[in-house]
Write a protein that binds this ligand. Structure first.
Ligand code: OSB
Ligand code: MG
Length: 371
């Protein structure tokens, strides 16, 4: 693969949501995301998504900071080192943090490499599954009844597990009601997005009686030791999301028993290369692993789908389909959840989906083209 990049662009795109997503860090009614687009001298294309959130309430990265780091550092470093994804990943290690920016650029080079070699992203990462199990992530609603209804609807549609967003004041009651409605055999878990403090350990321990698969990121994004203390005091496995931004973060968390379950998002750990190392670590240590989501467009989801086709992914992925999240996706046709609660892993060469250039240009807020 020797082709050189003829055009490299960065786009900020707005994705209106069908309904607001309410979590401990606020209400989101649209999603601004960053795309990386490469075209080589033969006209072959690569696409990547740097799916930070708009605001700095999940992690320090925002859409704007990510756009700037992609434009000023990640893309130039990658263009100088590429086009092999492994060379790009090595070059991007020089950047501290800014994992979303690195992941978006790296993905564009992965998907271009997939086009050039006539292989699927799944094949490139060494994945094996034809379809991956998925669950739905339910935001906070006005009433407990609304959440119960949404959970039962999703299960009837085939989803294999339910994840409830929780926060102080919206936890034990909603979990009890959903557990009663869906029965003991359905996989149920919660995600606090760092809304609790170590003073809330007793309240969090009250969730132990509901047989939850895990409690995701109950404490602060940088509170690794505090999560280890919490894990000593509750029986529900702690899962970390925000706290895990690299292979070393995951290794340290497992070494001190700060979590017993891992949410892996390629966007949050700096890309597919780092994700593959984390998957191997979790597999070696027998730790339940699943692929989280950043409400990416189909472009980012393509990387997630390829990754979670690896056998290390033992629990259902967070992957609400575009038809549930967005007015319209940036790929068509987009993926759907089948009646068996799985999403098919794309097998076609390249990204795995056809990108809708018309929709992207309609929704583009700003654009930069590398000289
Ligand atoms: O905490 O897992 C999270 C979406 C955006 C940002 C953070 C999180 C989420 C989700 C996943 O809950 C939803 C999805 O991508 O389908
Ligand atoms: Mg989470």
């Amino acid at each position: 693969m020797t082709a050189t990049i003829r055009k490299a662009e960065v786009l900020e795109v707005r994705l209106p949501l069908l309904k607001p997503f309410v979590t401990g860090f606020g209400v989101t009614d649209s999603r601004r995301t960053v795309l990386v687009h490469l075209v080589d001298e033969e006209g072959d294309e690569g696409w990547g998504e740097a799916a930070a959130l708009d605001h700095p309430y999940y992690l320090p990265d925002t859409t704007s900071s990510t756009y700037a780091v992609v434009q000023e550092y990640a893309l130039p470093l990658a263009l100088a080192a590429g086009p092999h994804p492994s060379d790009v990943a090595t070059a991007l290690q020089r950047i501290r943090g800014n994992t979303f920016a690195r992941a978006g650029v790296e993905q564009a080079f992965w998907s271009l490499a997939a086009v050039k070699t006539g292989r699927s992203m799944r094949e490139l990462v060494g994945g094996t599954a034809d379809a991956v199990a998925v669950g739905e992530s339910l935001g906070i609603t006005e009433t407990v009844e609304e959440t119960v209804e949404e959970a039962t609807t999703r299960l009837a549609e085939g989803y294999q597990r339910i994840k409830l967003k929780i926060q102080p004041g919206w936890d034990v009651d909603v979990v009890a009601a959903v557990r009663a409605a869906i029965g003991d055999s359905v996989m149920l878990q919660v995600d606090a997005n760092a809304a609790y403090t170590p003073a809330d350990i007793e309240q969090l321990a009250r969730l132990d009686e509901f047989g939850l698969a895990c409690i995701e990121q109950p404490l602060g994004w940088d509170q690794l030791l505090e999560h280890a203390e919490l894990q000593r005091r509750i029986t529900t496995p702690v899962c970390l999301d925000e706290s895990l931004r690299s292979y070393d973060d995951v290794r340290r968390a497992l070494d001190i028993d700060a979590c017993r379950n891992v949410n892996l998002k390629p966007a949050r750990v700096g890309g597919i290369t780092e994700s593959m190392r984390i998957a191997e670590l979790c597999s070696e240590r027998g730790v339940p692993l699943w692929c989280g989501g950043m409400m990416e467009s189909g472009i980012g989801r393509a990387a997630n789908l390829a990754l979670c086709s690896l056998p290390a992914f033992t629990h259902p992925a967070d992957m609400s389909p575009a038809s549930v999240l967005f007015e319209r996706d940036l790929v068509a046709p987009t993926y759907e959840v089948g009646a068996d609660g799985t999403i098919a892993v794309p097998k076609q060469p390249g990204l795995g989906f056809d990108v809708c250039l018309d929709r992207i240009s309609e929704q583009t807020l700003r654009r930069y083209e590398s000289a």
